[in-house]
Design a protein around this ligand. Structure first.
Ligand code: M6R
Length: 609
């Protein structure tokens, strides 16, 4: 949450910082600000609203070839200009941008107030600026002042600082919140996400926790909190800059929905062994023996990633016969988990930066558990802190509302479950059938996308309805929950997703004539039971939209609309079923005129707990 960006070099910093912030806007978008430095003056522009509002408020570029900027998702202090970053210390010598939360804010603030400081904002970040300013006033260099300040705080901080009296230096630091430095020949950039840097450079350095970097035009130096020098590896960023552009699509969400065939194809490339009926996950190779001995699997994540974990848990238990559960990472982290050596824990997170997921994985590791990771973001904290794992390679996901990451994460759990199943008692021919089904997914997803028009028509009809229900069985229960989450998140429609079986234990009371209900009815072992649930819904007058086999006459007669799905192996239906629900949510939000890629009150990476 919150995007930070900095630049030092020979070009105008204002344009570069703004362009980086625009690419980071998905991390927070309730206000934005920039500071540049020229002629020994910090030049500041801040505004409530999106970055476009900042540009409007400050149409002339701020002068200077060094600058920092921030796009905010409010935590401490309301959405107001005074709370916008960058924040300055009381002597106005230093300015900082900060992503994170200072847990000991009250104590530090009280101490500084007692020493006579008057704060201008309600934020925790201004405290950090003040601590750095005090260090400078005592004669410390900026690197040292930031290091001292970081030692005093508890919580999380990714920061970039600029000193009015040193126009040739930016200082960045990381505790908990990501910071990436981009390297050029005579210039450097710094940001909270490699995405922001990609148009400028493909050479980057990812700071580890407790590292502080002095960044000059074209070089950098890193130390740790104890002032020891740290050698850093320069990494290559793989994705193309245009992957993070909207192209001809009206919204990133629509683009990302339509990218799914390609994303799934890329995700699978080189990872299927159809002839052996198995999968090859490179990241797992070094741990094959350990995986063979695993007795239980626990997938965990938050939000959409939790739903992909739940699909994975179903597949792992059903096909690999390995007892498996999915856990909400936020709860797992705080409930004193029982960690067993024979269990494999798998953290799932698109961003790899979700605080609750990282906290759970750290707690499990702390107790000696083996933690693997499934993530989309190369070099993310999750990727760095897990023993092994797999990237889903879905490409950058910009829309706050996750779509292609969901299907790619489910795919990763399919590949893992297939491998586990083949290490245990799934026969070669059963494995081959599953592997083939995975291989055919990109084409089948294209067929699902052809239903966009039908989904749009249904969305137009029900967009403003006061409640929408989603039901499924088996592996599709979490898909129903995911469909409801999409609709709540971007169209602000109250919705629930659940097992068709759970309805009669309460939620059926919500059904009244004409109420929209999405039902996932693939032609597999769950079909018979779903038919029973459809009858219960029909008897109460629900308007049922079913994702089902077009040839299924019984379903056709029971429901009001069928979104047809191609024939498929039962294990892959969650990936196909997700698509119409994503499209329905998208077109509902579009019809209602909402800001689809930036839904209210949310941000893409939830880096606070
Ligand atoms: O980056 P992560 O996958 O860890 O994010 C977890 C959730 O915050 C995320 O999936 C959220 O629920 C989505 N915005 C839903 O569309």
């Amino acid at each position: 949450m919150c995007g930070i960006m900095g630049y030092i070099g020979g070009q105008q910093a204002w344009d570069i910082v703004l362009s980086g912030l625009k690419r980071l806007e998905y991390r927070g978008y309730d206000s934005a600000g920039v500071v540049t430095l020229s002629e020994r003056k910090l030049r500041l522009a801040r505004q409530v609203g999106h970055i476009s509002a900042l540009e409007k408020a400050q149409p002339e570029p701020l002068a200077g070839s060094i600058g920092i900027g921030h796009t905010r998702w409010a935590t401490h202090g309301g959405v107001s200009v005074k709370n916008c970053h960058p924040h300055r210390d009381s002597s106005e010598r230093v300015a900082i941008v900060h992503n994170g939360i200072i847990d000991n804010m009250e104590a530090l603030r009280a101490q500084l107030c007692a020493e006579g400081v008057t704060f201008r904002s309600e934020t925790d970040s201004e405290i950090l600026a003040e601590l750095v300013g005090r260090g400078l006033a005592r004669g410390l260099a900026l690197l040292e002042a930031v290091r001292e300040a970081m030692r005093q705080i508890e919580g999380t901080a990714g920061i970039v600082a600029i000193d009015r009296d040193d126009p040739e230096l930016l200082v960045a630091a990381r505790i908990g919140s990501p910071v990436v430095i981009g390297l050029g020949d005579d210039e450097c950039w710094v940001a909270s996400d490699p995405l922001a840097l990609r148009p400028f450079t493909d050479r980057m350095v990812i700071l580890d926790d407790g590292e502080i970097a002095a960044i000059f035009a074209g070089s950098f130096r890193t130390v740790d909190l104890d002032q020891r020098d740290r050698d850093k590896r320069v990494e290559k960023i793989l994705h193309q800059p245009e992957e993070a552009e909207r192209g001809d699509y009206e919204h990133f969400m629509l683009k990302e929905i339509h990218e799914q065939p390609r994303a799934i194809d890329r995700s699978m490339r080189g990872r299927l062994d159809v002839s052996m009926g198995s999968s090859i996950l490179g990241g797992l190779k070094s741990h094959e023996q350990q995986l063979f001995d695993v007795k239980n699997v626990v997938f965990f994540g938050c939000g959409t990633s939790l739903y992909s974990a739940q699909v994975g848990a179903y597949l792992m238990s059903r096909y690999a016969r390995v007892p498996c559960v999915a856990e909400d990472a936020a709860e797992l982290a705080v409930r004193n988990p029982i960690v067993e050596r024979s269990t494999l824990y798998v953290a799932i997170s698109q961003s790899g930066e979700t605080a609750d997921t990282l906290s759970a994985l750290r707690e499990i590791r702390q107790r000696g558990g083996l933690v693997a990771g499934i993530t989309n973001v190369v070099g993310s904290s999750l990727a760095r802190e897990t023993a092994f794992g797999t990237y889903v390679h879905a490409g950058p996901e910009i829309s706050v509302c996750s779509t292609k990451a969901f299907t790619a994460q489910v795919l990763a759990t399919e590949l893992l479950s297939l491998r586990f199943a083949r290490m245990r008692d799934l026969s070669a021919s059963e494995g081959r059938a599953w592997a083939l089904a995975l291989q055919e997914l990109p084409d089948k997803l294209k067929l699902m996308l052809e239903q966009a028009g039908a989904c749009e028509e249904l969305a137009r009809r029900f967009a403003g309805h006061r409640f929408t229900m989603f039901v499924g069985r088996g592996a599709n229960v979490p898909v129903a929950a995911e469909g409801a989450l999409k609709l709540k998140e971007i169209a602000y429609v109250p919705a629930e997703g659940m097992s068709g079986a759970a309805m009669k234990h309460g939620p059926l009371a919500l059904i009244e004539p004409g109420m929209p209900v999405w039902a996932l009815v693939p032609p597999d072992e769950t079909r018979e039971r779903m038919i029973g649930n459809l009858r219960e819904l029909k008897a109460r007058g629900a308007f049922i939209m079913a994702v089902a086999d077009l040839g299924d006459k019984e379903v056709r007669e029971l429901v009001d609309r069928v979104i047809p799905m191609p024939s498929h192996h039962a294990a892959v239906s969650p990936i196909l079923n997700a698509v119409p629900l994503q499209l329905f949510a998208y077109y509902s939000a579009r019809h209602l005129g909402y800001d689809i890629d930036k839904p209210r009150n949310l941000a893409k990476s939830v880096t606070v707990m």
